[in-house]
Design a protein around this ligand. Structure first.
Ligand code: TRP
Length: 426
């Protein structure tokens, strides 16, 4: 049964696909802002600690689940811990929901790429730029059209298959993405006043680091590493038998963090080079402030930037789409093509609702990133730590340091997730 499963051709492709899933809108519009808000270098320190002690172990646990069972998240749970199979369903549902609303935002980046190609931002004031964003996000047909295009691109890549579609796309686009971000960061750092941006990002201010800040660091690292919904389970199920979990996961997580910092270096110095400007968050930062600042740096910079945002979003959305497709193929015996069409139809409905109704959009975002992902990450680490025979986990992991990793998966990650989630709710 497992014999015919498609796989990623080489280690490089595995790493690029995993990094492609991880690197996305989360790195570009959430990380730089959160760092500034929660105490600069102090937040980065906590973020890196969260990654090493909690998120990476969860990443390993998902890797072990996927590689040992060679199945989608539900199939993996059914095989390893049938009583916990609801977490598999929850992951697939969450992946579907995230695909839908994420594609709406991905559509905006497509819209903005087209606008910047036609020079739509040159000489723009901040007010005019905010106006463009308002007009775009309230123009139903424009949002729906761009959402449709983005979702179609995602579906096409997934339809081409694991290696031919996802693998090849990631292998080519991820290095390109890095080059583009480095170029913008270099340009941005050369602006006068860029020092303030660096201070905002890196100067540690431990007084701003409170419990919500720590919870935010953990949540951000989960979102950024694509944890809790089974993306990593699914991609790891396409690893070759001989592939190793430790190096592939470490490289992917390393690139994810490096890219988040790079995005910060591209964005914040540019923002602070304009006197009196405060970095906003999320949509307003990326779609209102940045077009103005970047187009002042020359006509090419906005094009490069929005192309980078689009590529980053695409390599992430394919990883969520693939979770649902893998489930339909493994469990419901769909052909890949039929599965892609079914997910497309569903995401078209939910995504259109998200595009048209801001309330649906934020409800989807809230439920997935605050509840489903945390719960999923908790269950995946508990299942590997407590339900899977340790010898099987160790053998799948394939490294001598497994006993130490096992301790992190079994105790540190679940306890820390539970403590942080509960204290944050109180
Ligand atoms: N990690 C991606 C980002 O930073 C988004 C993403 C992809 C994701 N797959 C996911 C988030 C699974 C949560 C769960 O933008």
């Amino acid at each position: 049964m497992a014999g015919q499963r498609e796989n990623f051709g080489s280690r490089f492709v595995v790493i690029m696909a995993l990094a492609g899933s991880a690197i996305g809108l989360g790195n570009i519009w959430r990380f730089p802002y959160m760092v500034g808000k929660h105490g600069g270098g102090a937040f980065i320190l906590v973020y890196v600690l969260c990654c090493l002690l909690i998120s990476l172990p969860v990443f390993f646990a998902e890797g072990i689940l996927g590689k040992s069972t060679r199945l989608n998240p539900l199939g993996a749970m059914k095989q390893v811990a049938p009583k916990w199979r609801w977490a598999g369903y929850m992951g697939i549902l969450a992946a579907f929901v995230i695909t839908s609303y994420y594609s709406v935002v991905g559509g905006w980046s497509f819209d903005y790429l087209v606008r910047s190609v036609f020079g739509g931002f040159s000489g723009l004031s901040f007010e005019a730029s905010a106006g463009i964003f308002r007009q775009m996000s309230s123009s139903a047909w424009e949002c729906l059209l761009c959402f449709f295009i983005f979702l179609s691109l995602t579906a096409t890549i997934v339809a081409l298959g694991v290696q031919k579609g996802i693998g090849n796309f990631s292998k080519v686009m991820m290095p390109l993405l890095f080059v583009m971000m480095v170029a913008i960061a270099v340009r941005s750092l050369s602006l006068p006043g860029s020092r303030d941006g660096l201070d905002y990002l890196f100067k540690p201010d431990f007084s701003k680091l409170d419990l919500p800040g720590i919870a935010a660091a953990l949540g951000q690292s989960f979102f950024s590493l694509s944890l809790g919904v089974g993306c990593i389970i699914t991609y790891s199920s396409y690893m070759k038998e001989s592939e190793k979990i430790l190096p592939t996961s470490l490289w992917a997580a390393f690139f994810d963090t490096v890219f988040a910092m790079l995005a910060g270096l591209a964005i914040m110095p540019a923002v602070f080079s304009v006197e009196g400007l405060e970095p906003g968050a999320g949509p307003s930062l990326v779609y209102e402030t940045l077009p103005v600042i970047f187009s002042r740096m020359g006509p090419v910079i906005p094009i490069v930037f929005f192309l980078a945002v689009l590529i980053a979003a695409l390599t992430s959305s394919i990883s969520m789409y693939e979770v649902v497709v893998a489930w339909l193929v493994d469990e419901k015996k769909f052909s890949r093509r039929k599965a892609v069409v079914a997910v497309f139809a569903g995401a078209l409905v939910l995504g259109s609702l998200c595009a048209l109704l801001p309330k649906v959009f934020s409800a989807c975002d809230f439920a997935t990133s605050n509840i489903f992902m945390t719960l999923g990450a908790f269950v995946f680490s508990v299942v590997v730590g407590w339900k899977m025979p340790k010898t099987v986990a160790a053998e799948t992991f394939g490294s001598r340091i497994y006993p130490f990793v096992h301790f992190l998966i079994k105790w540190v990650a679940p306890v820390a997730i539970a403590v942080i989630a509960v204290t944050n709710l109180l």
